[in-house]
Design a binder for this molecule. Structure first.
Ligand code: MCA
Ligand code: AMP
Length: 515
């Protein structure tokens, strides 16, 4: 019997598997954009080959990281495919990140190549060259920039690099509870195993068309959505940014939609969301943050469809899913369904003992989708795994007698806002650096659109006067916009317990209504 870690003679490159999903008719439409462009499957094949040829011509070291902070475009997706194809490691970065954040990622990952937008070239290239990056290319939303200019001179014939399943395909930075972000290392095998499981589990079939409305620098838009469509040879209707009206306009030509809960909330506020508008649709999938039961129920009423909620992480890809097939059970709002095939999921108490059904504890997981560790952080990696190889998700939940998993909270101090993760420790560190600030606490409070948003509570140094609006303005100048607390209060002292620890639960009670 072959262990999944045993080297094999088959090429384990994820790109090879994705390309095998392309339909026979390579001239049919693979991607249709909202600004009227059509890309055939042959275009995807040729353009990814040209970009891979370019990367291959740069004499990069094995395992080189290709860091990318660009606007969403089909070309950005092609760059991802080309990176896989050429055998390098893709490192996507949120467009909202500002200088200090980018400086950290580039300094930590030491990418050989950085691709940024033309408007950011000045400051990004300065940071990158200082960190030893060999090449900085530009790629703009309108397809201009040095990356494509160079690639047009490269061959459209390229043999995908030979990769083992365990070889690194991507690094996704996920913030740390104690400060700096950690790079989750995902292998070709991690990504492919998850994509294959989801293809079967969600019943991807011939004729499916996906509306792609998510950003492509996170697991949801980059892996779950794109891999799903490519592996199934399905056309994507590609929206540069989420716009509920555009989604509704495209819905009659589509069958599958994926979104974070905020997307569903915003769609529900459109009068055009009706049974008729959703008639062609086969499947609505939600994840990345808890879907409120009201959203789930309202969606059923308005569209006649039951949203399928699933749960995952950057470190693991998808872990659980409500069933697609009614024969396997109902899709239950408020739950994230069953562990996916191949995923072992257990709930433990603080002492490390397995808990029976319906009891709440720490969720731990194991499976071929679970990452290889945090980039250059062996100790942190070791801390996050149990001695028997389960990954500690930091999520708190339970499994009922039928096997449905419910997430009830998080042991990690994390806010999920509109599907983006915000780590209070990181934001507090920035606030604490501001003049006149003694200390701060950032908490998550409920929000009707983003689900949860950050709220900062700050104390002043003796004699200093603080202006909450000024604090927010200062943060906006340095931090990615989604991390900036929506409200700020200046108080005399933070509530503390007898151990001296800030009582965030007390602050949540006090400010939880988001007043
Ligand atoms: C924008 N803003 C936000 C957010 N997005 N604030 C908090 N949280 C956010 N998510 C800020 C803007 O900077 C602006 O601030 C103000 O809110 C209003 O912006 P708006 O124009 O409404 O925002 P938008 O451009 O429409 O973006 C909202 C969005 C976007 C479409 C919901 O946040 C989004 O695409 N979210 C999806 C994230 C995602 O893909 N997550 C998947 C992670 P100001 O007015 O002050 O300038 S993958 C994952 O979690 C795991 C693995 C999984 O299970 O999938
Ligand atoms: P990330 O670090 O961006 O990969 O975010 C992963 C986290 O998102 C998980 O650990 C969960 O806390 C949360 N998450 C993802 N999907 C769901 C869901 N369906 N319900 C509740 N939380 C979720």
């Amino acid at each position: 019997m072959q262990n999944r870690n045993t080297p094999t003679s088959a090429n384990g490159n994820l790109f090879v598997a994705l390309r095998a999903g392309f339909p026979q008719d390579l001239d049919s439409v693979a991607v249709e954009t909202d600004d009227g462009l059509f890309y055939s499957w042959r275009d995807l094949e040729r353009a990814s080959a040209m970009l891979a040829s370019l990367l291959g011509s740069l004499q990069l070291p094995a395992g080189a990281r290709i860091a990318v902070q660009v606007e969403k475009s089909v070309e950005a997706m092609l760059l991802y495919l080309a990176t896989l194809r050429a055998g390098f490691v893709y490192l996507p970065l949120n467009q909202a990140y500002q200088q200090a954040e980018i400086e950290y990622f580039i300094g930590n990952a030491e990418p050989a190549v950085v691709v940024c937008t033309g408007k950011n070239f000045g400051w990004v290239s300065k940071i990158a060259f200082k960190a030893g990056t060999q090449y900085v290319f530009t790629l703009n939303e309108d397809r201009s920039g040095s990356l494509l200019e160079r690639a047009t001179h490269c061959s459209d014939q390229q043999q995908p690099a030979f990769k083992q399943a365990d070889d690194l395909a991507a690094i996704l930075y996920t913030s740390g509870t104690t400060g700096r972000s950690k790079g989750a290392m995902l292998s070709h095998g991690n990504l492919l195993s998850n994509a294959r499981v989801l293809k079967d589990y969600w019943g991807w079939r011939a004729g499916d068309v996906l509306i792609h409305a998510l950003p492509i620098f996170h697991v949801h838009g980059l892996f779950v959505a794109i891999h799903g469509a490519l592996l199934n040879g399905s056309k994507m209707i590609w929206l540069g940014r989420f716009d509920p009206k555009k989604v509704l306009e495209k819905m009659p030509q589509a069958t599958v939609f994926m979104g974070v809960p905020t997307l569903y909330v915003r769609l529900l506020s459109e009068p055009g969301l009706t049974l008729e508008a959703a008639r062609q649709m086969r499947l609505f999938i939600a994840g990345s943050a808890p879907l409120l039961i009201e959203t789930f129920t309202e969606w059923q009423k308005r569209t006649g469809h039951t949203i399928l909620e699933r749960y995952g992480m950057s470190e693991t890809g998808m872990l659980t899913s409500n069933p697609y097939d009614a024969g396997q059970g109902a899709r239950r709002g408020g739950t994230v369904g069953f562990p996916l095939p191949g995923v072992s999921l257990r709930v433990q108490d603080d002492a490390g003992a397995a808990l029976p059904s319906d009891e709440i504890g720490a969720i731990q997981v194991k499976g071929p989708n679970v990452f290889k560790g945090y980039w250059r952080m062996p100790e942190k990696t070791a801390e996050e795994f149990t001695s028997d190889g389960f990954f500690k998700t930091g999520d708190v939940g339970k499994v009922d007698a039928l096997g449905y998993v419910t997430i009830v909270g998080r042991s990690k101090d994390l806010i999920i806002s509109g599907g983006y993760n915000v780590y209070p420790a990181e934001v507090e560190a920035y606030i604490n650096e501001l003049p006149g600030v003694e200390e701060s606490a950032v908490i998550g409070v409920p929000h009707p659109d983003f689900g949860e948003v950050g709220l900062a509570v700050v104390t002043a140094k003796p004699g200093a006067a603080l202006d909450p609006a000024q604090i927010i303005a200062s943060l906006k100048a340095t931090l990615a916009n989604f991390k900036v607390p929506k409200q700020c209060y200046v108080i005399d002292a933070l509530p503390r317990n007898s151990m001296g620890k800030v009582q965030k639960n007390v602050l949540r009670e006090r400010y939880g209504s988001g007043r």
